[in-house]
Design a protein around this ligand. Structure first.
Ligand SMILES: C[C@@H](O)C(=O)SC[C@H](NC(=O)CC[C@H](N)C(=O)O)C(=O)NCC(=O)O
Ligand SMILES: [Zn+2]
Length: 368
């Protein structure tokens, strides 16, 4: 292909990408788009009354989405709860990424790449909406979990709140990684390497420039070093039941540590040493936590957002939580998503697996 033609193709692709990013960030009729920080979630400054980490339900203003597949829409037989709850057990879900806000994107990118060895996977500026995204992780997004950072122009700090716990990085030598962090990067070691209190696993803690905590965990080789998202919850049994029934997660491990008055549960879609898990922490007697406006949500891939949203809706009636954004295609991109709050108010965005992979093709190789 002649150079002229190649240039033309490049220009065309850039124009398509720009259109898609703008379409996504402009649509105000739906909740957060999982790849783009919901510009409504890419919040104005902390003090702004517009700071809407709202849980108000929002449905697409575009054509009314089809009734949830199998849901009664006048005259159709209601699906039995058994049928609805069969779906999460059959679905092929995957933890895709966690979305959160930072005060200086390049500082965090430098930190995560130099300290932890992450790769910058994608970066994209959306000047019309005054924010920039960057995706980092240890492998490509079609197989590995990613951290989706959001920088809102002019906002240099956020409130992380008390509910967000940590991300975790598995490493074969915590001592060595901690030394590297101390000597060569802008994170700081807040807990020296050593056996975890009440256990034997060697851990350390590092804190990034925005205050996010990274647990460094000693483990053997793993295909997914970015191994945990830890969130604090007010009722561990309720949460375990919710994540099992509504999202088909497996309870991989549960550990009570009475000497330190806490219990943790690891939930996910594969073994702990192979994939990213959600670590839920219950501190005895603590039923609620502030959530701040820094951490936004986790995105989970699914084979069918309609069926998955049905299951979430049903389980939420029993255990709490609520649908924020009914399932349906995003205007302009046709990626099917849904979003909801879990019983503790932690936000989750469900994303159609095949749509997500198509998007990665469109956005792959964007500016880094
Ligand atoms: C299993 C591993 O991934 C952990 O995260 S356990 C680490 C341990 N967790 C807690 O103490 C949870 C309760 C705590 N009050 C909280 O809310 O975070 C931990 O942080 N240990 C500290 C240590 O120095 O060992
Ligand atoms: Zn942990």
């Amino acid at each position: 292909m002649a150079a002229e033609e190649r240039r033309g193709m490049g220009v065309k692709r850039k124009a398509i990408e720009r259109h898609l990013w703008l379409a996504l960030s402009r649509s105000t009729s739906f909740g957060p788009f999982h790849l783009l920080p919901p510009h409504r979630d890419a919040d104005p400054p902390l003090h702004s009354p517009l700071n809407t980490n709202s849980s108000s339900s929002s449905s697409p203003s575009a054509a009314t989405p089809p009734p949830l597949e199998g849901m009664a829409s006048g005259g159709e037989a209601e699906k039995s709860p058994e049928v609805v709850l069969e779906w999460p057990k059959k679905d092929k879900k995957r933890l895709l990424h966690a979305v959160y806000r930072v005060g200086d994107l390049d500082r965090t990118i430098k930190c995560y790449t130099e300290c932890f060895g992450m790769k910058l996977l994608r970066k994209r500026d959306v000047p019309d909406e005054k924010y920039t995204n960057a995706f980092l992780g240890f492998g490509p997004e079609d197989t590995n979990f990613a951290l989706e950072l959001t920088y809102n122009y002019g906002v240099d700090k956020y409130d992380i709140g008390a509910g967000f716990g940590h991300f975790a990085i598995a490493t074969e030598d915590v001592y060595k990684l901690a030394e590297k962090v101390k000597s060569s990067c802008c994170c700081k070691i807040t807990r020296e390497p050593g056996p975890v209190k009440g256990g034997s696993t060697v851990i350390a803690f590092a804190q990034d420039p925005d205050g996010y905590m990274f647990e460094l965990i000693q483990r053997g080789p793993t295909p997914e070093p970015l191994c945990q998202v830890m969130l604090r919850v007010g009722d561990l049994e309720r949460s375990i039941k919710f994540y099992e029934k509504a999202l088909g997660m497996k309870l991989l491990r549960k550990k009570d540590v009475p000497d330190y008055k806490y219990t943790i549960a690891m939930l996910g879609y594969d073994d702990e040493d192979k994939t990213t898990v959600i670590e839920l922490t219950y501190n005895y007697g603590v039923t609620e936590y502030s959530k701040g406006n820094a951490y936004a949500q986790v995105a989970i891939g699914t084979e069918d957002v309609y069926k998955s949203a049905e299951a979430v809706e049903l389980v939420s009636k029993e255990l709490g939580g609520k649908i924020l954004r009914q399932p349906g295609p995003l205007p302009g991109l046709n990626t099917k998503i849904a979003s909801f709050l879990d019983p503790d108010g932690w936000k989750v965005v469900l994303v159609d697996n095949s749509d997500f992979l198509k998007e990665l093709q469109v956005f792959s190789g964007t500016d880094k």
